[in-house]
Design a protein around this ligand. Structure first.
Ligand SMILES: Cc1cc2nc3c(=O)[nH]c(=O)nc-3n(C[C@H](O)[C@H](O)[C@H](O)COP(=O)(O)OP(=O)(O)OC[C@H]3O[C@@H](n4cnc5c(N)ncnc54)[C@H](O)[C@@H]3O)c2cc1C
Length: 438
């Protein structure tokens, strides 16, 4: 009997790959026109776009292993930039190394040789913040999830400059939510699993659209093993019989399954679960979980806006993080800028031309010369991330559910890497292991 996987994001694809290589019959049903979900790339009215600017982290293990197993040569699809830049509206600027082994000098002294970004006192003021946070993430996670990054930073006397120039980039720049709304648990929840792998830490950009170089080849590997991956196939409902999930309903009718892995983003999972399991107490916490949207503006330009393709943070502006990509991901363009917007909420239903005007105004404040904008697209995800604000970390559900025939996968489920590509892959593997054991 078949395992049906709902959603061909990284979680669904990781689950599908593990199941087909374990000898199971697998059908992956994807609502969208391409595979990849939040790791997708496609052409939108003539302009190549991506689901959002992504960086590949050297400390990841499950994702690179999956890619290698699917025949993807990492050296051909990842370009290790190994550094990130911070540009602030007050003129402070610095390039921070993100690879202790590959750029040791830049990684160790980057903040100190920057232009007004952080001084020795600012760096020293971060020590109590990190000491308290890293201890509490293990010993008092509930308490840590009740305070924001700004509250903890203020209590541990982090300087205003370190808060503005470092903590804002590493909250809003990574997960779109500013430090005054960002749970300290989620901040340290991401730092803690990376620490044992610090020596492997690197920052990479994709050499091509993510569907072309990563998620598409993973889907192709599933098909090579006999699985089916179908795009343009939205699942409309889960089929529940005698308290067991026995399949899914699509526009073509019922697809019966021995096991269903629900591998959609949070908002879609809530919509599919509510009608059939809305009263089930196990699902209550996740069904009540609020989501955080993401919004990105992608621009085609007549020339590169930055001399190097590297992730850049723009604290104090709507440009939470951005990167020039014309020499890495989108080489067809003379200049290509992808911008993640913060806070995302006002941009979700905004008119793209107005968002463009705001980005151009903030780019000028950061001293960027954007040149001629040839085209632009707003690419949004309205209900995809489990909220990273305080009080919701406990809502992340396990992959194993008490309902026979149903397993959850997705970056919102409980695993060590929060809402990331690595977390999605781990969740998919865990969901597949439950199905294989059943
Ligand atoms: C702008 C942005 C920047 C990011 N940057 C990074 C980064 O730098 N590094 C990093 O590690 N992570 C990053 N992420 C996070 C990362 O992309 C996600 O954590 C990961 O891709 C989530 O994978 P997933 O499979 O859990 O969910 P998704 O990728 O959301 O997959 C869910 C899939 O389910 C499908 N679906 C939904 N409903 C149905 C239905 N009814 N029937 C069938 N299919 C359905 C959707 O179409 C989608 O394809 C970023 C995300 C965004 C949006």
């Amino acid at each position: 009997m078949t395992t049906v996987i709902v959603g061909a994001g990284l979680a669904g694809l990781a689950a599908g790959h593990r199941l087909v290589t374990g000898g199971r019959e697998v059908v992956v049903l994807e609502a969208g026109p391409v595979v990849g979900g939040r790791c997708a790339s496609w052409v939108e009215q003539g302009m190549p776009v991506e689901s959002g600017l992504h960086r590949f982290i050297g400390a990841y293990t499950a994702l690179p292993a999956l890619m290698r197993d699917c025949g993807i040569d990492l050296d051909k699809v990842i370009w290790w930039e190994d550094e990130a830049e911070v540009r602030a509206v007050d003129g402070a600027r610095g390039v921070l190394g993100g690879a202790p082994l590959h750029k040791p000098v830049r990684t160790l002294v980057g903040p100190l040789v920057s232009r007004g970004l952080l001084g020795p006192l600012d760096l020293a003021s971060l020590v109590p913040f990190f000491t308290v946070g890293l201890a509490a993430v293990r010993t008092r996670p509930r308490w840590l999830d009740s305070v924001t990054v700004t509250e903890l930073a203020t209590r541990t006397r982090v300087t205003a400059r370190a808060q503005a120039h470092l903590l804002e980039p590493f909250t809003a720049g990574l997960f779109f939510v500013p430090p005054e709304r960002y749970s300290a648990y989620n901040f340290f929840g991401l730092v803690a699993p990376a620490l044992p792998h610090l020596h492997r830490q690197r920052i990479g950009a994709f050499l091509g659209g993510m569907t072309d170089v990563m998620t598409g080849p993973i889907a192709a590997a599933i098909e090579r093993h006999g699985g089916a991956v179908t795009t343009g196939s939205p699942v409309r409902s889960l089929e529940l019989r005698d308290d067991r999930v026995v399949g899914v309903v699509t526009d073509l009718g019922l697809v019966e399954a021995e096991h269903v892995i629900l591998a959609t983003e949070l908002g879609a999972a809530q919509e599919l679960l509510r009608p059939v399991l809305g009263e089930h107490p196990w699902f209550r916490a996740m069904l009540e979980a609020p989501s955080t949207p993401s919004a990105t503006l992608q621009l085609e330009l007549d020339r590169p806006v930055l001399p190097t393709d590297r992730a850049t943070f723009g604290p104090g502006t709507c440009m939470a993080s951005f990167a020039e990509q014309s020499r890495s991901t989108f080489t067809h363009a003379d200049g290509r800028l992808s911008v993640i917007l913060q806070p995302p909420e006002p941009f979700i239903d905004a008119v793209p031309a107005e968002v463009l005007a705001q980005v151009l105004a903030d780019a000028r404040r950061l001293g960027l010369d954007v040149g001629e904008v040839r085209d632009h697209r707003l690419v949004n995800h309205p209900h995809d991330f489990l909220s990273l604000e305080p009080g919701h970390a406990h809502r992340r559900p396990d992959q194993r559910t008490p309902v026979p025939g149903l397993t959850l996968a997705g970056d919102y489920t409980r695993q060590p890497w929060l809402s990331s590509m690595e977390g999605a892959v781990i969740s998919g593997h865990r969901a597949a292991d439950v199905a294989l054991a059943g």
